[in-house]
Design a protein around this ligand. Sequence first.
Ligand SMILES: Nc1ncnc2c1ncn2[C@@H]1O[C@H](COP(=O)(O)OP(=O)(O)OP(=O)(O)O)[C@@H](O)[C@H]1O
Ligand SMILES: [Mg+2]
Length: 310
Amino acid sequence: MIIEINDLVKRYGKLTALNHFNLQVKKGDILGLLGPNGCGKSTAIHCMLSLLTYDKGEVKLFGEHMSPTRYDLKKRIGIVPQEVAVFDELNVIDNIDYYCGLYITDKTTRKQYVSEVINLVGLEDFTTFTPKKLSGGLKRRLNIACGIVHKPELIFLDEPTVAVDPQSRNKILDSIKELNRQGATIVYTTHYMEEVEQLCNNIVIVEKGQVIAEGSKEQLKGLIKVNEKIVIEIPDFPSAIKEQLLQLTGIIDITYDNVFVTLNTEKSKTVFTQVLHILEKNQIAFGNFYTQQPTLNDVFLEITGRELRD
Ligand SMILES: Nc1ncnc2c1ncn2[C@@H]1O[C@H](COP(=O)(O)OP(=O)(O)OP(=O)(O)O)[C@@H](O)[C@H]1O
Ligand SMILES: [Mg+2]
């Protein structure tokens, strides 16, 4: 195991930010820590890295006990913090070179690593810019470059795509996949479920400082009752028909927003034709219809009773 966290408890005064938090990350994983604002993602990362003290529990990185003085372990780790942390007075290349120099002393290697990471995050055209001349997305890419330039084996990225344009977002996600292909283990926090679905082989859903579910996206979706949603455009949807549809086995619930009827189903294939049959038999006019696969938001909603994005 690259990361093993056992029973971590972290309190800020009366607030319990991590409440018996457990985590295991294997070599080569891209682990997604998914959860709403304030659920404890950043706190978990800071505790793992000994940047914060904690009240209880144990953190092992690379099989060894992590503590503030384990510089040998820290050297093998890259951190991309949630808040951009670069020097305003240094340009792009000097910022990256500074961070590289913290770990890499050989001049030729250092030069090569700096140039490689600039290509990886796509900052070739901006090397002489100071951070304040960069757009939000480019600044984020610089933040990433600074955190990973020394080619760490384990990389923590804390919400690296918040408020960035789609082009930078795609570039960032591609860079992370490439780092993983080159052998790095990744821990990625976000509250965007689409990103973890696209990027992560293992997903940990965090709520109120606890891990509430874990697995691949398929495994997580397998945990819940909802299988598929059937959405049908029905301008006039009588409640008697709703009652009749609810009688069908496999329908969990039905909602109507005055345009679309949404049916949460357990076994959609058999239900779909029956639903259309009932509508036709009762001469209910309907327009477009489609089915929707469950999302990680459905998983979160079913387990916690609230939306991932609040
Ligand atoms: N230094 C601090 N002092 C007191 N409370 C804190 C401190 N840092 C975080 N908290 C609280 O601890 C909880 C967890 O915060 P944390 O920043 O770890 O969440 P997060 O999941 O990273 O959220 P976000 O998605 O907004 O970054 C929150 O309720 C937050 O308000
Ligand atoms: Mg955070």
